[in-house]
Write a new protein. Structure first.
Length: 108
């Protein structure tokens, strides 16, 4: 894995601006999942880094982090795992159009 990280660092320093390099280095330091599928098959010890956490670490606003990561994602230097926040227990995703499951009545 150290060889892959060294390769990513070399490529980043050869082709990207300082801010892109900082994003990649921060993700590697925090052992976040980089786009290296053949090398990490079966590896489960990756950490998730949220965009607001990365922005705070780099001293940037979230919008700038999105732009930087967008370019890196476009070039396949990283991959993004998007996850939805958990819904409150009172909200049921199967409850469509406000329909009550017990009575079958609709709130509309």
């Amino acid at each position: 894995m150290d060889i892959a990280k060294a390769l990513v660092k070399c490529v980043a320093r050869a082709f990207y601006d300082t801010r892109h390099i900082l994003v990649l280095d921060a993700l590697m330091i925090h052992n976040a999942y980089l786009s290296l599928p053949p090398l990490v098959v079966g590896c489960t010890d990756w950490n998730r880094v949220r965009d607001d956490e990365l922005a705070r670490l780099l001293g940037l606003v979230t919008k700038d982090v999105h732009k930087l990561c967008g370019k890196l994602k476009e070039d396949r230097m990283l991959s993004v795992l998007a996850s939805r926040p958990l819904l409150p227990s009172s909200t049921d995703p199967a409850d469509t159009h406000g329909q009550n499951k017990k009575t079958g009545s609709s709130a509309l």
